[in-house]
Design a protein around this ligand. Structure first.
Ligand SMILES: *[C@@H]1O[C@H](CO)[C@@H](O)[C@H](O)[C@H]1NC(C)=O
Ligand SMILES: *[C@@H]1O[C@H](CO)[C@@H](O)[C@H](O)[C@H]1NC(C)=O
Ligand SMILES: *[C@@H]1O[C@H](CO)[C@@H](O)[C@H](O)[C@H]1NC(C)=O
Length: 232
């Protein structure tokens, strides 16, 4: 279904093509617990290593109670079976290995003076564990090694988990992300707006999420996927 009247603004913030340092810890930081997506298994939505996907949510209040900000976590990509097998054994490929408490800072902060636009919105960080910008829908299994490339299903599982929590009747909804997560917000912007009613104002923000396979200024060939690989 189409929502012609939903004006979707893609904001290109191509200030840097390098993986983000968009969120920095600060004093008085807000730590938010991880929520595992329990029904993800029924959708076949798994992290690289087969663990359940997850997000962190901090509920909105006051004038922001009906507004939602979703943020895709960034962190480069893996590029082949070898690098993805390696990644599956790190916090970038498994929710088992991730920190269970995330610092909410920047546009996720609840401090009105630091984050005047969104501090009282419902704010969600989508953890990145599929290695492919929440976009893949495949699996590798050769008998000894099993890897899930299920980013598309992870996206779907998380959205379907959030809709009944209030996202489904949001007044305003902003899908955002940085680096590999910025690309994810471009990729899923239309699908996001399709999940929401006509009355929701939907926008998408990709921060440093535009990658090209091309020659860089120093004549070295840059592969988009490898460019973001320094996301530690
Ligand atoms: C909110 O941010 C301001 C400005 O950085 C800071 O002075 C204040 O202490 C912060 N408030 C809390 C509760 O952390
Ligand atoms: C499966 O793939 C991995 C990674 O390429 C390789 O190390 C392993 O030997 C393969 N196993 C079989 C049975 O081919
Ligand atoms: C979103 O995308 C998924 C996967 O392509 C699709 O199954 C689903 O129907 C889409 N949702 C909406 C509301 O369009």
């Amino acid at each position: 279904m189409e929502h012609e009247h939903v004006v979707m603004t893609i904001v290109f913030v191509v200030t840097t093509l390098l993986t983000c340092a968009c969120m920095s810890a600060s004093d008085g930081r807000l730590l938010v617990n991880m929520t595992l997506v329990r029904n993800a298994g029924s959708l076949g939505a798994y992290c690289l290593d087969g663990s359940l996907p997850a997000y962190h949510i901090h509920l909105g209040f006051g004038a922001g109670a009906n507004n939602w900000l979703l943020q895709f976590e960034g962190g480069g990509w893996c590029n082949d079976i070898e690098s993805c097998a390696e990644r599956a054994q790190t916090r970038r490929g498994s929710t088992r290995l991730m920190t269970k408490l995330e610092t909410f800072s920047g546009i996720l902060s609840n401090n009105a003076s630091r984050n005047p636009d969104f501090y009282n919105w419902n704010r969600v960080k989508l953890r990145y564990c599929d290695g492919g910008s929440f976009a893949g829908d495949s699996k590798f299994d050769n008998g000894t090694l099993l890897l899930y490339f299920r980013g598309q299903r992870i996206w779907q599982a998380i959205i379907e988990d959030l809709l009944p929590k209030g996202l489904g009747s949001a007044d305003k909804a902003l899908l955002s992300g940085c680096s590999a997560g910025g690309l994810a917000s471009y990729l899923h912007c239309n699908n996001f707006s399709n999940y929401l009613p006509d009355t929701t104002a939907v926008k998408c923000l990709g921060d440093a999420g535009f990658f090209m396979d091309s020659y860089a200024i120093n004549f070295l060939y840059i592969q988009g996927g490898k460019m973001g690989g320094s996301g530690n």
